[in-house]
Design a protein around this ligand. Structure first.
Ligand code: ZN
Length: 149
């Protein structure tokens, strides 16, 4: 299927040349993620100002799907509010687990649709969602520490 080939090309491209890969000293949110089923590891960095994600990056090592997912996630997060990022997490999660086909009205969610195919491979769902779970943890941790201040 042509569409499937296109999707695979995007994943291969992002896994071979991950965007926003490397340390981000100016970040103010971060979290680690680990998927023991596959061995994928990620350290996620976010730079947030006034509730807007102005920068995102990651380091780590993993399979093509986890790397491509993290790469594409960091691209789509830039310029999003924290609330929008949490909505994207929910949308992505429901897409790869097969509970929705909708993009929730989010404009450029389109490219992330390449991961919709992983719902046919339950073992790969954790690879695709690792970066997004790490994102959610980064945002939740910050919320918790904010409460104690
Ligand atoms: Zn993996």
């Amino acid at each position: 299927m042509d569409l499937r080939e296109l999707y695979q090309e995007l994943i291969v491209d992002h896994s071979k040349q991950p965007r926003n890969f490397g340390p981000m000293p100016e970040s103010n949110y971060c979290a680690d993620g680990f998927n023991p089923l596959c061995g994928d590891k990620i350290h996620l960095y976010l730079k947030v100002e006034d509730n807007v994600i102005i920068g995102a990056g990651f380091e780590g090592s993993g399979c093509a799907i986890s790397t491509a997912s993290a790469s594409m996630m960091t691209e789509i997060l830039k310029g999003r509010t924290i609330a929008q990022a949490k909505t994207l997490f929910e949308l992505f999660h429901s897409m790869v687990t097969g509970s929705t086909e909708s993009n929730g009205g989010i404009d450029d969610f389109g490219k992330l649709a390449v991961f919709a195919g992983v719902k046919e491979y339950p073992a790969r769902v954790k690879c695709a969602t690792l970066a997004w779970h790490t994102l959610r943890n980064a945002l939740l941790k910050r919320d918790e520490s904010a409460k104690t201040e």
